[in-house]
Design a protein around this ligand. Structure first.
Ligand code: NAD
Ligand code: UDP
Length: 323
């Protein structure tokens, strides 16, 4: 069935891949974005399609469209981006989600919230199942994002309890791939950009902190599967790759794949509240969505490196000085 689908944050890294997939499936897709951390070249190839429309708008202001589904992705996601204007980040999470839910309520449309593994903070349970309530600092530099996303989840479930809204909460773990902003400061984009330029790779802390990295195509599969579950499935559901790597292992792998004489340096101390380990328990996604990641880190990194080599970095505007 062809649906009318709104994707907020649709010009961003994940949003542009999601729009592309939905457009290719034949849906009528509206992409809403204020282009804070993205740029039009992510969606240029879609703008020629008759079933794709871009609307420049800030989700902290309300909006109205006639749609069947909303994927709510609008929010800066890289630490340097969300810390640039933390008050705005919190508004984007909370007001943006409230506006999506308000529209969803009026139209009885499904609303999927792009939540995050950051709701678990610096976890003391490992790997993290959805039942784990997290270890989040409410007053630190990451709080605008972590607590904003937690409040957004609260709103989702309060709309469900009060209005029987059709909600899906997906907790996304670190995802990488083509169209990551080269200057977003995230670890995969930094390491690849640095290695391709022959600059030293900058490890923060001792590099023993861990993350698990999900390739973008796998993640998009998970989002679409979650949206299409029956109404009694609300999540939260973790979507991420359960294979864990230390940051040092990631750096070594990038150096090997890019080649050349790139060095790895311990560039600076670990940022405040930087989680020491993170890895999803995806038992729920496996059983309800029949989903699990299929792309190995090695393959995903190769595809991402190819993309970074293919783009002209001078065409990318760094949204903030934090990279
Ligand atoms: P991104 O920064 O590339 O995309 C976010 C998009 O939202 C951008 O296009 C940006 O311009 C837009 N945006 C930001 N504030 C806005 C506002 N006020 N109004 C309208 N648009 C606004 O980041 P991404 O990695 O694609 O993340 C997309 C979503 O997924 C985010 O909600 C993020 O929290 C979530 N997520 C991502 C990851 C990841 O590893 N990529 C992990 C967990 C959660
Ligand atoms: N990191 C690093 N070097 C960099 C960028 C990030 O060592 O150039 C570290 C960062 O401190 C964190 C991990 O890599 O421990 C993942 O950082 P990222 O910003 O990608 O995501 P998040 O911390 O939100 O998971």
């Amino acid at each position: 069935m062809i649906k009318r689908i709104l994707v907020t944050g649709g010009a961003g890294f994940l949003g542009s891949h999601l729009c592309e997939r939905l457009v290719n499936q034949g849906h009528e897709v509206t992409c809403l974005d204020n282009l804070f951390t993205s740029q039009k070249n992510n969606i240029e190839h879609l703008e020629v399609k008759p079933n794709f429309k871009f609307v420049r708008h800030d989700v902290t202001e309300s909006y109205k469209f006639e749609i069947d589904e909303i994927y709510n992705l609008a929010c800066p996601a890289a630490p340097g981006h969300y810390q640039y204007n933390p008050i705005k980040t919190l508004k984007t999470s909370v007001l943006g989600t409230m506006h999506a839910l308000g529209l969803g309520k009026r139209l009885d449309a499904r609303v999927l919230q792009a939540s995050t593994s950051e709701v678990y903070g610096d976890p003391d349970v490992h790997p993290q199942p959805e039942s784990y309530r997290g270890n989040v600092n409410p007053i630190g530099p990451r709080s605008c994002y972590d607590e904003g996303k937690r409040a957004a989840e609260t709103l989702m479930f309060d709309y469900r309890r009060m209005h029987n809204s059709r909600i899906k909460v997906v907790r996304i773990f670190n995802t990488y791939g083509p169209r990551m902003h080269p200057f977003d400061g995230r670890v995969v984009s930094n390491f690849i950009r640095q290695a391709v330029a022959g600059e030293p790779l900058t490890i923060y802390g001792d590099g023993k902190q861990s993350r698990s990295f999900c390739y973008v195509d796998d993640l998009i599969d998970g989002l679409i599967l979650a949206m299409n579950t029956p109404d009694d499935f609300t999540g939260p559901v973790n979507i991420g790759n359960p294979v864990e790597f230390t940051i040092r292992e990631l750096a070594e792998r990038v150096v090997r794949l890019v080649g050349g004489a790139t060095k790895i340096e311990l560039a600076r101390p670990l940022p405040q509240d930087d989680p020491k380990q993170r890895c999803p328990d995806i038992t729920l996604a496996r059983s309800v969505l029949k989903w699990e990641p299929t792309v190995q880190l090695e393959d995903g990194l190769k595809r991402t490196i190819d993309w970074f080599r293919s783009v002209d970095m001078t065409q990318y505007r760094a949204p903030t000085p934090n990279y």
